[in-house]
Ligand binder design. Structure first.
Ligand code: NAD
Length: 479
């Protein structure tokens, strides 16, 4: 295993890298070892006010910066992220726990978002609308909405900030982002790359603090014109209420409970072996993860055997170890949640086929777990587990599979495996989810909109759609 170094931690406000000084701090802990990696400075109210002033002032400059120049800076930032990807990936594995290969992939995909939106910046256009009166020129313009307050969680410390920052900055907005306090160094490294690429001071601030205090203060400020959040449903609802009080639009990405429909004509190997790899990637702490495997009865036993064998073969360990496929959970909260979800399901009659327990030693490790025949009364059939637990259930026909798949208020991702083209079209039409994978699990791409429907969220990030939330319409009618 390589020896790895962690970066010092700062707040980044108005172009200044501010260390802890007299501020309160929070420990950042390696979830694989419990070692303290660093102390994170927590912003106080005067830091937040300074961030708001800087974002307000910088917006007046950045919105007038030529799109080609904004694009140049974002592309240069993306290039620096790629050059530094090995270091940034190591920071991510140290603070979040995921295997180094996944961290590398995430950093490169984060850089891709900056490049994608750099190009979109140059395509923001408007319309000339013919007037009903002669001599009148009617223009419809798209303008940046204003300073943005963005909040991102700990599980994807590069790509979730990247989806928000790349689109907002490309649109001409300034941003104050509060990444998750558990994994702060990755987001700071992205900000460092943008700073080094020449992003004008004040266009981006990165703050950390007590999440509720920070979001209440920023969203209430008249400076902030737009809010974006990724995290849990309860916090999403809270922030949506705060945004509504100031009549500010909000983009929300709030997690899911991804169903996978495996029909009897499916490629079972792809569905089962790929399914186990997908379910336990990121230790299951992925909002679009496949969680409920609904398998047609005729192939249920066969699928279950392959899925369990693939699960047992996964190597759990420190993400810095090259052999590791599944890292630790991010924190003790997650570990307690897994234990109680499994206990509850088994108590209600589920069959525990593998895992179901903590792994001894330091670190928040939980064995990849498969539960079969879980009754609908179990908590795990309603709550997003956000951890390494897969649920297997049989179904008889298309209608009961769809009924179970669409039963929950979540609508983020859904998957189906079938070799029948008619079934593929039917399920893709009728699954209630914003993102659907047919015969594959790896569905996310820079050029596609990422987001949920129902209570999984509002709006989408990425793709050509991703920049629109950061723009407003203005018309000019000139006589
Ligand atoms: P959480 O919602 O409490 O925290 C998620 C992020 O939101 C964290 O980074 C946190 O700092 C921030 N946050 C919390 N309260 C906030 C507030 N009042 N204002 C602004 N930001 C706030 O979730 P958690 O305890 O970290 O995880 C619990 C569950 O949340 C998970 O089990 C999972 O279901 C869900 N979750 C979803 C995602 C996702 O990608 N959709 C990410 C993380 C967590």
């Amino acid at each position: 295993m390589q020896t790895a170094t962690y970066d010092p931690l700062y707040l980044f406000i108005d172009g200044c890298w501010l260390d802890a000084g007299l501020r309160d701090t929070a420990a950042v802990v390696n979830p694989a070892t419990h070692a303290v990696l660093g102390r994170l400075p927590l912003a106080n109210l005067s830091d937040l006010d300074r961030a708001l002033r800087a974002a307000g002032q910088a917006f007046t400059v950045w919105r007038r910066t030529a799109p080609a120049e904004r694009a140049r800076i974002l592309k240069a930032g993306a290039e620096l992220m790629r050059e530094r990807s090995e270091h940034i990936a190591t920071l991510m594995t140290l603070e979040e726990g995921k295997p180094l290969a996944e961290s590398r992939d995430e950093v490169l995909r984060a850089a891709d978002y900056f490049e994608w939106f750099a190009e979109e910046a140059r395509r923001i256009d408007g319309r000339v609308v013919p007037a009903n009166r002669p001599g009148v020129l009617q223009l419809v313009k798209r303008e940046p909405i204003g300073p943005v307050a963005a909040f991102t969680p700990w599980n994807f410390p590069a790509i979730t900030p990247a989806r928000k920052l790349s689109a907002a900055l490309a649109a001409g907005c300034s941003v104050i982002i509060k990444p998750g306090e558990e994994s702060p160094a990755t987001a700071l490294a992205l900000a460092r790359a943008l700073d080094d690429a020449g992003l004008p001071k004040g266009v981006l601030q990165v703050v950390f603090g007590r999440p509720d205090e920070v979001s209440a203060h920023l969203i209430a400020s008249p400076v902030i014109r737009k809010v974006a959040f990724t995290g849990s449903m309860p916090v999403g609802r809270l922030l949506a209420g705060r945004a509504a009080a100031g009549v500010k639009p909000i983009t929300l990405e709030l997690g899911g409970h991804g169903p996978v429909l495996v029909f009897e004509d499916a490629d079972l190997e792809a569905a089962a072996v790929g399914g186990a790899a997908n379910r336990f990637r990121g230790t299951g702490q992925i909002c679009i993860s496949s969680t409920r495997f609904l398998v047609q009865r005729k192939v249920y036993q066969q699928f279950t055997e392959r899925f369990v064998a693939a699960t047992r073969a996964l190597v759990v360990g420190d993400g810095l170890d090259a052999a590791t496929q599944v890292g630790p959970l991010a924190n003790a909260r997650q570990l307690d949640k897994m234990t109680s979800l499994v206990e509850d399901a088994v108590l209600q009659g589920a069959r525990l086929l593998t895992g179901g327990h903590r792994i001894d030693g330091p670190g928040y490790f939980f064995a990849p777990t498969v539960l079969a025949d879980v009754p609908l009364s179990a908590r795990i059939m309603h709550e997003e587990p956000f951890g390494p637990i897969a649920v297997l259930l049989p179904f008889d026909g298309l209608e009961d599979a769809l009924e179970e798949a669409n039963r929950l208020p979540y609508g983020l991702s859904a998957y189906a495996f079938t070799t029948n083209a008619r079934t593929a079209i039917d399920v893709a039409d009728r699954l209630e989810a914003g993102m659907i994978g047919v015969n594959q699990y790896r569905i996310v791409a820079t050029e596609l909109p990422f987001g949920g429907i129902k209570e999984s969220g509002i709006g989408s990030e990425g793709g050509a759609e991703g920049i629109h939330h950061y723009l407003v319409n203005k018309f000019v009618s000139q006589a």
